[in-house]
Design a protein around this ligand. Structure first.
Ligand SMILES: C[S@@+](CC[C@H](N)C(=O)[O-])C[C@H]1O[C@@H](n2cnc3c(N)ncnc32)[C@H](O)[C@@H]1O
Length: 209
């Protein structure tokens, strides 16, 4: 299965770099492409860490795109869409070659930014349950379903509390797949980033006072 992420954020935040890096580790660099980067984008605008991992990217849109030596056929693309009316099932494997995702950070409450792609392309839409996931979790979930596991047999944790020091924690407003220790699967480095961000906001508060 191949994954197309239409990059809709401005630039690349650390959060986005960690998510895209994890998707590359999970599905392989040959199975991910970032599309719709601004037309002026050159290699120096792409974070070196992603280039070093072999990230494929283009300023083209996801249609009329050559990916892995093949022109993408729009009938083989499904938009992973939290607002779709049909849930993804293992049997969909026979009709889907490419999943399209919006490369956006989740907001809480959810804003329908995937709707921009839904309206623009009118591809087949598939939902992964009724709660918002991060982009890398959505890829992980779709891959498990396409590999034959039903959505209801995947173990998730909703809105986990992430402890960032002995006394404080923050609630992540997303649904995550859990690992064998029942811990939410986050991209490598994300826990440290959350801790750093939390420390920084505490510092900001102290400075403002
Ligand atoms: C962090 S989510 C952003 C969702 C955005 N806030 C919105 O409401 O459209 C990034 C992408 O992951 C995929 N995704 C996340 N949760 C999903 C779900 N429950 N079902 C299908 N796709 C999902 C979608 O492709 C979505 O565009």
């Amino acid at each position: 299965m191949k994954y197309i992420v239409e990059h809709m954020e401005e630039g690349f935040s650390e959060w986005v770099i960690l998510e895209y890096s994890q998707i590359i580790r999970d599905v392989g660099k040959e199975n991910l492409i970032l599309t719709s980067l601004p037309s002026t984008t050159t290699e120096k605008d792409i974070p070196k860490r992603l280039l070093d991992m072999g990230l494929q990217w283009t300023t083209k849109e996801c249609i009329d795109l050559e990916f892995d030596g093949k022109i993408i056929n729009r009938d083989e693309i499904a938009l992973l869409d939290p607002a779709a009316t049909t849930d993804l099932i293992p049997e969909d494997k026979s009709k889907i070659e490419y999943f399209l995702l919006a490369g956006v950070l989740g907001e809480h409450p959810r804003k329908d930014r995937t709707g921009i792609l839904r309206e623009k392309y009118k591809f087949l839409g598939r939902r992964l349950g009724n709660l918002q996931m991060t982009t890398d979790s959505a890829v992980r979930t779709a891959q498990r379903i396409i590999d034959g596991t039903k959505f209801e047999d995947i173990k998730f944790l909703d809105y986990p509390e992430i402890k960032y020091n002995k006394y404080e924690s923050t609630e992540m407003p997303f649904r995550y797949i859990v690992d064998d220790n029942n811990e939410p699967i986050l991209p490598e480095g994300m826990l440290e980033l959350i801790r750093k961000d939390a420390d920084q906001s505490i510092d900001d508060l102290l400075i403002d006072e």
